[in-house]
Design a protein around this ligand. Structure first.
Ligand SMILES: C[S@@+](CC[C@H](N)C(=O)[O-])C[C@H]1O[C@@H](n2cnc3c(N)ncnc32)[C@H](O)[C@@H]1O
Length: 245
């Protein structure tokens, strides 16, 4: 027997309501309980409804939020678990699905994953169409992935000549990884390879910088930046960075 609650893991896009899907708005508005990291709840405050129970979480407690969301849905609530961008791209969906999968089948709530605009797409759109041909996403965070694995993937992807969307390029606790990634990529790609650094895409304070691999200054990036690295298909078309098709 399936429990009556519903857990919607909702990708709210990178910024404001303009980049949020109707499906996300509907899931947020229909929930009895909305759970998320505080700043992301603020980001979608306009989609929340009166009378909802809103649970603000802390950075670093993603697993706790996912477990709580599953518990609330098991108890019969309609729950929206908020994730920035797309919930399935370095987002909350895996944690929620794993928490549910750990339960006996009959105890699992119904779950849906509501897709969102991921940061790579929002950042790419601000630069032109740098992901118009093959591309790959990679996180430079070594919090959950050993750095040796990140480096191995960087070498492989750099050699594969695909454009790269680098998530989690830099934070206070991870200050050197982007410089190291740049040096690895420079071993495979020309120094003139275009690189875009987009910070806070779709949010207040949005910043877009176009530079090259040789000149990439890691200090340009922060916790809310996305770094796009071109491939041999990348070129400028007027002011726009595009990938030839
Ligand atoms: C834990 S990941 C979450 C990704 C998110 N699930 C998505 O699909 O965009 C956090 C990283 O996403 C990127 N990011 C998220 N929102 C962004 C935005 N508005 N502008 C630029 N980068 C963003 C940054 O690289 C940041 O370090």
């Amino acid at each position: 027997v399936t429990a009556p609650g519903l857990l919607s893991v909702v990708g709210i896009g990178p910024g404001g309501r303009a980049h949020r899907t109707h499906a996300a708005d509907e899931a947020l508005g229909a929930a009895n309980v909305v759970i998320g990291y505080g700043p992301y709840l603020d980001q979608c405050a306009d989609a929340l409804a009166a009378g909802q129970r809103v649970v603000r979480g802390e950075m670093g407690d993603e697993a706790g939020r996912a477990a709580r969301a599953v518990d609330e849905a098991r108890a019969g609530a309609r729950v929206a678990l908020v994730s920035s961008g797309d919930a399935g791209v370095y987002g909350m969906a895996t944690l929620a699905l794993e928490a549910a999968a750990a339960l006996p089948e009959g105890d699992r709530p119904r779950i849906e994953v509501v897709p969102g605009v991921t940061a790579a797409l929002a950042a790419a759109a601000l630069l032109g169409s740098p992901l118009g041909h093959d591309f790959a996403c990679l996180t430079l965070s070594d919090v959950r992935t050993p750095w040796a694995d990140v480096e191995r993937r960087l070498h492989a992807l750099a050699a594969a000549d695909v454009a790269l969307a680098l998530y989690n390029p830099r934070s206070r606790g991870r200050p050197w990884q982007l410089g190291r990634a740049r040096d690895i990529l420079a071993g495979h790609r020309p120094g003139g390879t275009p690189v875009g650094v987009v910070t806070d895409a779709g949010r207040a304070g949005q910043r877009v910088t176009l530079t090259t691999l040789a000149e990439l200054d890691p200090a340009l990036a922060g916790m809310t930046s996305l770094v796009l690295v071109g491939a041999s298909t990348s070129r400028m078309a007027g002011p726009w960075l595009v990938a030839a098709r």
